[in-house]
Design a protein around this ligand. Structure first.
Ligand code: ATP
Length: 238
């Protein structure tokens, strides 16, 4: 527990009109950690990530990155500082090619290593290399998820926020995506992973948080949560 806290969410509240979707969430992500946030549909996981990146306004509480409040900062500022989100639904630029999408991922950079990094992404995802000239919109769901992850890596993230990367994918593709998430983490990228696939997300996590109806109801290390009878009953179908 001596690692620096990179991301700290404290007492976060977010509302849609009169509906409180997030009701005072507190969580932290330390340097080098992979933290999984799990919970049922509508628990408020995505909303929490949206508040971190400023897509959804914060009603109360705060989000701090590297010890500084993120309130009032835009997506570009965050990416420039290494806080990068891969949204649910991937958000690739459908009318651009794979290579162009990857170049877009480096939009906050002005160094000369962008082409080298594209080659590194192709090393992680050979499929993207094969399809480099193809329009992103014509790729399968799994390929688009790979592209979204590759594009995020192009920003050289310090902290990656990943929203439901396994959503809608075939079992083989789910395996591949979790494998890559674990690999990226091993290479030193800190991650906050939001997932409905609780067993897979907790299996690769250092720590996890369980969200129910807008609140964090349990937290602990990934293995301990995976073995917890309450978690198993509620999220692992046992
Ligand atoms: P899922 O896994 O299904 O995406 P989640 O845990 O990510 O679930 P959220 O998407 O954060 O949950 O939704 C939390 C609550 O806020 C839900 O009750 C949802 O209906 C509501 N909500 C989400 N987005 C909006 C919106 N744009 N307008 C109104 N209510 C919303």
């Amino acid at each position: 527990q001596d690692k620096q806290v990179l991301l700290r969410i404290s007492g976060l509240k977010v509302a849609y009109g009169g509906i409180q979707a997030v009701k005072g969430v507190t969580l932290e992500v330390r340097e080098g950690e992979l933290v999984s946030l799990i919970g049922a549909n509508g628990a408020g996981k995505t909303t929490t990530l949206k508040a971190v990146t400023g897509i959804q306004p914060i009603a109360d509480g705060d989000v701090q990155y590297l010890g500084k409040s993120l309130k009032g900062q835009g997506a570009w500022d965050l990416a420039k500082q290494g806080l990068v989100m891969i949204p649910e639904g991937r958000g690739t630029f459908t009318r651009m090619t794979i290579t162009e999408n990857l170049q877009m991922g480096a939009y906050t950079r002005n160094d000369r290593e962008i082409d080298d990094d594209i080659e590194k992404v192709f090393g992680i995802f050979p499929r993207l290399k094969e399809r480099r000239a193809q329009l992103a919109g014509t790729m399968s769901g799994g390929e688009q998820q790979m592209l979204a992850m590759g594009r995020a890596l192009m920003a050289r993230p310090k902290v990656l926020l990943l929203d439901e990367p396994s959503m809608g994918l075939s079992p083989i593709m789910v395996d591949k995506i979790f494998e890559v998430v674990a690999d990226i983490h091993k290479q030193g990228v800190t991650m906050l992973l939001v997932e409905q696939n609780a067993s897979r997300a907790l299996a690769i996590a250092d720590r996890g948080y369980v969200m129910e109806s807008g609140e964090v109801t349990m937290t602990g290390n990934g293995r301990a949560l995976l073995d917890d009878p309450k978690v198993r009953a509620a999220y692992l179908g046992e």
